[in-house]
Design a protein around this ligand. Structure first.
Ligand SMILES: Nc1ncnc2c1ncn2[C@@H]1O[C@H](COP(=O)(O)OP(=O)(O)O)[C@@H](O)[C@H]1O
Ligand SMILES: [Mg+2]
Length: 386
């Protein structure tokens, strides 16, 4: 249900809520495809009108939660709080609890047949947002309580560095060495690093990059194993799949064998529903992005033909959009939208928060959890995981 309020006519409201309640709200809002601010608005409206006194919600140990309510609604809530003799904070907490009670989780979805759901973020063009969008979407998925693995599959290691971690030492076990069968002892699990901070804490892990991945294309090309070019990434990551709900891969800016193996990894497996896994393509609103997409699309088509796989293109993310750039930006956005299938999942404006988060080496959803870009990441996560 959408709420009949002008989105511009809202005021910021901050409450202290326990993290469990916040998480429950995020998960449920995602499940029933509602914005968090609309869910809270609905909760407050229902709570104001509730005839019976609602049970007290334990808000001990609460931390800051900010949302936007239609202007004037918070005043009304405060009046009711006074008449019921409770704090404003308690009023918000009860409103959220009421909304959760009135919006139960939909029936469990059919169990997936195999492994984790796999999303790769690819485009051979650099600087379009593969790293930032894959990281943001992985944080958003983890925030809703899903165990999520973020794989830095770009030998440049931007993702690893941006999250404040060192690249794996060139001689140490790494993803590429596991893919090539060059590791004697240990498993990939040994390489995972938990990403801390934000509401995703305890649900997000990073598989860091290693510069040895620069050699991966050449080594895959000359491997004597049949089909390893396509299957290497899957073979390496499959043992981790039972530990995760989602595996998100930040791809390198290339169209080599590494990309083939990543595309293969996100194919629709036998028995898996369509679009359970797939590729998301971050693009810019400019002409050269369209040419880049043509080449990527050709590579996907070749793979589909060569080895008869189904690859779901989940959609484009038109990133760093700035309509002030004029006709080239606006018309090329229209071109992306005109494609229709795959759809445009989101248009993300050029925003300062992303660059600031990178500078601070913090995950975006921990650095600025309520910024417009963080909300865009949650919207993309909802669309591709729904
Ligand atoms: N929406 C955005 N607004 C502002 N800066 C952005 C945005 N998305 C990405 N950036 C910045 O642009 C640069 C390139 O993005 P990145 O995600 O590294 O692209 P890619 O992985 O495709 O090379 C980075 O410095 C990143 O922080
Ligand atoms: Mg990158």
């Amino acid at each position: 249900m959408t709420v009949p309020y002008d989105p511009n006519d809202r005021e910021k409201v901050v409450a202290k809520l326990p993290s469990e309640l916040r998480k429950e709200l995020k998960v449920r809002a995602a499940e029933v495809d509602t914005d968090i601010q609309d869910a809270v608005t609905q909760g407050v409206e229902a709570w104001r009108k509730a005839k019976s006194v609602r049970p007290i919600v334990d808000t001990a140990g609460g931390t800051s939660f900010a949302t936007y309510l239609p202007t004037g609604l918070y005043d009304k809530l405060r009046k009711v709080c006074k008449s019921r003799g409770i704090s404003y904070n308690q009023g918000i907490a009860q409103s959220i609890r009421l909304w959760l009670d009135e919006h139960p989780s939909p029936r469990p979805k059919p169990q997936r047949v195999t492994g984790a759901r796999r999303f790769i973020f690819g485009n051979q063009k650099g600087g379009v947002g593969k790293t930032s969008v894959s990281a943001g979407v992985a944080q958003a998925l983890a925030e809703t309580g899903h165990r999520t693995l973020l794989v830095d599959f770009d030998p440049q290691g931007h993702l690893t560095k941006q999250l404040g971690h060192p690249l794996i030492d060139i001689d140490a076990p790494s993803l590429a060495k596991h893919m090539l069968g060059e590791v004697k002892d240990g498993t990939l699990t040994d390489l995972l690093i938990p990403i801390k901070g934000g509401d995703f804490e305890d649900h997000l892990w990073l598989l860091p990059a290693c510069k040895d991945a620069f050699l991966l294309d050449a080594k895959l090309a000359t491997s004597r194993f049949v089909r390893i070019k396509e299957t290497a990434l899957e073979k390496a990551l499959e043992p981790l799949e039972h530990d995760f709900d989602f595996i998100v891969v930040d791809c390198p800016p290339s169209l080599g064998y590494s990309m083939d193996t990543a595309i293969y990894y996100c194919r629709t497996r036998e028995g898996e529903e369509d679009s359970t896994s797939g590729i998301v393509i971050p693009v810019l609103s400019e002409d050269s992005s369209a040419d880049a997409y043509d080449m990527l699309e050709e590579q996907i088509e070749d793979l589909i033909e060569d080895i008869e796989v189904v690859i779901a293109q989940l959609g484009f993310v038109v990133n760093m959009y700035d309509s002030r750039k004029g006709y080239v930006a606006t018309s090329s956005l229209e071109e992306w939208q005109k494609i229709g299938d795959p759809p445009v999942l989101a248009v993300v404006p050029e925003l300062k928060d992303q660059r600031e988060a990178v500078r601070m080496k913090e995950p975006l959803l921990a650095y600025a959890p309520y910024c417009e870009q963080a909300e865009a990441m949650r919207a993309i996560a909802r669309r591709i995981s729904g």
